[in-house]
Ligand binder design. Structure first.
Ligand code: DLL
Length: 437
């Protein structure tokens, strides 16, 4: 055992039996909240759950049906809201939206609880109130910005709410205020490293010591690379808007995968094909139930993220079990520099444009350390006979259409029909050439 830092040692090191006792009590409370929503009222009564008392043990959670992203979309806007709108303190949404957005409601106590989980996560990495914290995640509806912002303030760090992008300014700010901790996507941190030195600011001018990296998949090799290039400690941080955002699972000082805060979430891993609950150590889809969200309780949410649960135990002394870094997804969602993009969103938009023919391809690769999204579309041959300016205007129109839907600006290439590969079976719409390292 090492002498690890804690935010709330009593809870973080509680005996398993105590954690399970808290889970059961909070699960019942969550069921009571859930039964106030039209969505769960219907879903739960269908399986014979009419009151929280119908759940007697944690095992009984398995009687509760899964909730999917589609359920959330179909219940938009208020089907999962368990309080009156005047009790909602804040609304966030998922970074990727396919048509109808997925919105999340927080009551005052929900923000309070979430903030506490983030403070716990931050302190668990060894960061303290003496740190200067530069939050490079996008603010706005995305949970990565405000979530960590509140957590860092609660810890008492000096918070710089700079938000995403503008690399020169990020580097200058790191120097000016001697930033010690950053919160960032791993790809953006690599990009920042590649720009060090350009304006005369080098690593030696910075005081950086830690990075919280998350919101997108990355490998252990990427973490090591970041740590070596920048001489820092990088901690993996996992979460999703549907379950509050960041602060679902976070690495501690041991950096051996992420503790799920089990007094606030019940984590299960299931076989994505059969729905069967798997044992510790078996890889499958992570399913999460939140235990401390009153305005919008979510039960057994299928995250589509692949991972496995470790048995209890970690050198830091925390008893909350860990999940492995995310090993993949069960669906086709792409994460481009931290932004979730569904190929179906792209298809839907481009296919509405009359000049676009029938074939297209989505290509993702790396330019430097950043992800680059290219959408290749076939357009009708007669369009190539006109003026170049018209083609350029069409290209620009497609970029703008896509940006309106997926938030980021892709590169768009125009091709003649037949130029893009056609497959005889299922179309391979997405080519992801990013190194898997
Ligand atoms: O990305 C919340 C977040 C913000 C987490 C900042 C960490 C830091 P969403 O936009 O809803 O929320 O995207 C959630 O992103 O289901 C995963 O597929 C992926 N993801 C998030 N963190 C990690 C991670 C935020 N550490 C989706 N490793 C999730 C791999 C991650 N994938």
């Amino acid at each position: 055992m090492i002498d690890a830092p804690f935010w709330n040692k009593e809870i973080e090191t509680a005996e398993r039996s105590r954690i399970e006792q808290i889970q059961l009590q909070r699960l019942k409370q969550t069921l009571a909240w859930a039964l106030k929503t039209p969505f769960y009222q219907k879903k739960l009564t269908q399986v014979g759950i009419h009151s929280p008392e119908d759940i007697r043990s944690l095992q009984d959670l398995q009687r509760v049906p899964y909730t999917t992203k589609d359920d959330l979309r179909l219940s938009f806007p208020k089907g999962l809201m368990a309080v009156e709108m005047r009790e909602v303190l804040r609304i966030h949404s998922s970074s990727g939206t396919t048509g109808i957005p997925t919105v999340i409601y927080f009551a005052r106590d929900d923000v309070e609880n979430w903030t506490d989980l983030l403070a716990r996560s931050i302190v668990g990495t060894g960061a303290t109130d003496s740190d200067v914290f530069q939050n490079m995640m996008t603010y706005g509806m995305f949970t990565g910005g405000l979530g960590l912002h509140y957590g860092a303030e609660r810890v008492g760090m000096t918070v710089i709410p700079i938000g995403g992008g503008n690399t020169k300014r990020q580097i200058q700010t790191m120097k000016d205020f001697q930033t010690t901790v950053v919160h960032v996507t791993p790809s953006y941190l690599l990009h920042i490293h590649s720009k060090l030195g350009e304006d005369g600011i080098d690593r030696k001018d910075l005081a950086l010591r830690k990075a919280f990296v998350g919101a997108e998949p990355h490998s252990e090799n990427t973490r090591r690379k970041l740590e070596e290039l920048l001489q820092i400690d990088a901690y993996n941080s996992y979460g999703l808007s549907e379950l509050n955002g960041p602060g679902v699972a976070f690495e501690c000082v041991c950096k051996k995968d992420m503790h799920v805060w089990e007094d606030a979430y019940i984590a299960e891993v299931i076989n994505p094909d059969t729905g069967e609950v798997l044992k510790e150590g078996e890889t499958g889809e992570l399913v999460l139930t939140n235990l401390v969200r009153r305005a919008m309780p979510i039960l057994r949410y299928r995250t589509r993220d692949l991972t496995f649960l470790y048995p209890q135990g970690c050198d830091c002394g925390r008893t909350h079990r860990r999940i492995s870094r995310i090993l993949g997804r069960t669906d086709d969602m792409l994460i481009i520099n931290g932004v979730n993009v569904f190929p179906s969103q792209i298809e839907e938009r481009i296919m509405k444009i009359p000049e676009v023919a029938t074939n297209y391809q989505i290509h993702v690769d790396k330019k430097g350390s950043l992800d680059r999204l290219t959408v290749k579309v076939e357009i009708y041959p007669k369009l190539f006979l006109g003026e170049v300016a018209k083609l350029e205007a069409l290209r620009h129109k497609i970029v703008e259409e896509l940006r309106a839907s997926i938030v980021i600006s892709p590169l768009v290439e125009l091709h003649e029909p037949g130029a893009l590969p056609v497959s005889e079976g299922k179309a391979k719409r997405v080519v992801d050439d990013r190194p898997k390292d």
